[in-house]
Design a protein around this ligand. Structure first.
Ligand SMILES: Nc1nc2c(ncn2[C@@H]2O[C@H](COP(=O)(O)OP(=O)(O)OP(=O)(O)O)[C@@H](O)[C@H]2O)c(=O)[nH]1
Ligand SMILES: [Mg+2]
Length: 249
């Protein structure tokens, strides 16, 4: 199985890839493969079996093509697209039971451009692929912000067409709202969105009902990539998503 880690910049994709992998091998004895698909990162907390930076880096593109960081990131995305076959071949030949895939910091580069969907489509054809969408509590400090974060998760699910589970990371930091509880209690979420101030309360309420209908994961688990809290719950959630889509191989 492949597990993709997705989410907004700085939400903890790389650290969670590392921590979850460490937990899978130490606690469950799995053979874990690691992939870095972020051409812009300086370092990775894990030791990748395949690293996109073996092919190109954002820094290199900036120098070579005289581009700024954003232009170089877009160019990197195009290069990933051009070398899609090679990337899929490298990822698929890792040969571990579970391969954890860290994705670019700026998720729009991967998810909202053709690159991500194309790579994932091919990975899916080879073996079961699940996404973990990470909600960053610092970007979900009010009910309507939480709704926005979840919409982003649903948009990723639509783009990549993979079973997608959602986690609230940074559980070791005190959160302003109880994310996982609110999402497990739709009536409470609606009530809180309704009473929160904002010109777009109605819009937020409509989005909340979409989340209820479309979020594949009926629950969100709380994890900490820093302390390792919730790795067992994340594993269960991934396993459940696999059972729901009928693939138990
Ligand atoms: N307190 C706390 N900090 C965390 C946690 N997970 C990640 N961080 C911190 O958040 C920052 C970003 O973590 P990364 O793992 O690099 O996040 P990322 O999503 O890979 O970041 P980009 O790839 O740059 O978008 C780092 O300073 C981490 O130490 C967590 O569970 N708790
Ligand atoms: Mg990262």
């Amino acid at each position: 199985m492949n597990v993709l880690f997705l989410g907004p910049a700085g939400c903890g994709k790389s650290l969670l890839t590392h921590r979850f992998g460490e937990w899978l091998s130490e606690s469950l004895g799995f053979e874990v493969g690691y992939v870095n698909l972020d051409p812009g990162c300086e370092t990775t907390p894990f030791n990748p079996d395949f690293d996109i930076r073996e092919l190109f880096t954002v820094q290199g593109i900036m120098k070579l093509e005289g581009l700024g960081p954003n232009g170089a990131m877009v160019r990197a995305s195009e290069l990933m697209e051009e070398r899609c076959d090679e990337i899929v071949e490298k990822v698929s030949s890792i040969g571990k039971e579970l391969t954890l895939i860290d994705t670019p910091g700026q998720m729009e580069i991967f998810v909202f451009r053709p690159t991500g969907p194309n790579i994932v489509k091919r990975l899916k054809a080879i073996r079961h692929t699940v996404s973990v969408f990470i909600v960053d509590p610092t970007l979900a400090s009010s009910p309507s912000e939480l709704v926005v974060s979840m919409m982003l998760g649903i948009a990723s699910q639509l783009r990549l067409e993979t079973p997608t589970v959602m986690v609230a990371n940074k559980a070791d930091v005190e959160a302003k709202i109880e994310i996982e509880k609110l999402l497990g209690n739709y009536a409470k979420l609606r009530k809180m969105v309704k009473t929160s101030e904002g010109a777009f309360t109605d819009l937020a309420l409509s989005c909340a009902s979409i989340i209820r209908r479309l979020a594949q994961a009926s629950r969100v688990v709380k994890v900490s990539a820093k302390t390792g809290l919730g790795m067992d719950a994340l594993y269960d959630l991934i396993h459940e998503s696999r059972c729901t889509c009928g693939d138990l191989t």
